[in-house]
Ligand binder design. Sequence first.
Ligand code: ZN
Length: 451
Amino acid sequence: MGLPNRTIANPPQGRSACNPRPFPASGEVTERAGPAGRRGWPAKMSDPRNTIRGVSDVFADLVGQDEPVETLRRAAAAAARVVAGDEVAAGAMTHAWIFTGPPGSGRSVAARAFAAALECERAGIGCGECHGCHTALGATHADVRFVVPEGLSIGVNDMRALVLRAASAPSGGRWQVVVIEDADRLTEQAGNALLKAIEEPPPRTVFLLCTPSTHPDDISVTIRSRCRVVALRQPPASAVAEVLTRRDGVAPDVAAWAAAAAQGHVGRAKRLSRDTEARGRREAVLAVPRRLTGVGACYEAASALIKSAEAEAAESFAESDAAERVALEQALGAGGTGRGAAGAMRGAAGQIKELEKRQKSRATRSKRDALDRALVDLAGFYRDVLVTTMRAPVSVVHTDVAAQSGAAAGKWTAESTLRRLEAVLACRDAIDQNVKPDIAVEAMMLTLWRG
Ligand SMILES: [Zn+2]
């Protein structure tokens, strides 16, 4: 395309805690990614819309991932033979796995489906109907544990406790499965605790780690070397649209628009197709480029973007924060007056402080995620301008503002569009590296205005 290709194929790399990369260019899956795809385990498998050719299947929600699914099916079948006491070829089943892929590609969906297949009572086919499948998918199976970090990291104490429990024999007689979502958030010590378990796994224990990539920033080289990697790809928009229609009953035209706008992120596509507030926030973000008419407008746009991310984050946790606090206070017997109540309250203060710390960490992460989603949308706009300028044979991401991106393409040079796109990516990296969001976003807006 006559462009410095590196800029699109390898956007500047940074620590990627909240960093979904927008553009898997030229067939290469984005290397670094973020956590966003995790929320909202899809409908239960008993849902008839959730079946393929009339047969329930734990892998049905993995969109556009035929090859990885085949790998997992084979491994689960081998695992079932191990349980049955049969000989299996070396390497047919593995005790430690890493699921990688861009955000929304379904890393945790894949891990959960595989966990269900391992617990499936029908020769490990992952029927989606037996008790093992159901309870594993519903996160209530006694032998399947999920580590979902709410804050910015997974600490060593949590990991030690987990490793200890995972070493016990599976109560259901099949496998102990530990699913670690966002394994890129392991602290170094927690990683070391995990490594010990992976190096000498108990005979019936399986670790499933989800990370954006196998880059050393995301997962230590030693852990990586002991795991089998399942690389998920960014599903094509057509596959995402198909699943929205089939599974969630979204009208085909809405599904097609949402799938394109979500840039391959299944969860985000679903939200856009149903949640008017999410749609409104996206529209506000996509209106930014045409609002930047001067320095003052840049500062206003920056402040609006940050406030919107804060509001989104606050909204998502306000209720649960309050509920958690009430529950903890009740558990601690707040308001007691009897003998020992004063001492109990002193201990309680510590626990409440601990809860507040956790909630604050969760809020920080949630705010970063919301801001990052906005930046991905914005980057998508400049990417659309660029592909229009270059007449690249690819579809635009934001079809509903194609008129605006087309107009910008007629006005800006490719070089200045590229500078704008780079400014968005640089802003994401800066925030990732703990630059204060308002400073990073203001700097970005100024570049977006000047070009
Ligand atoms: Zn089953």
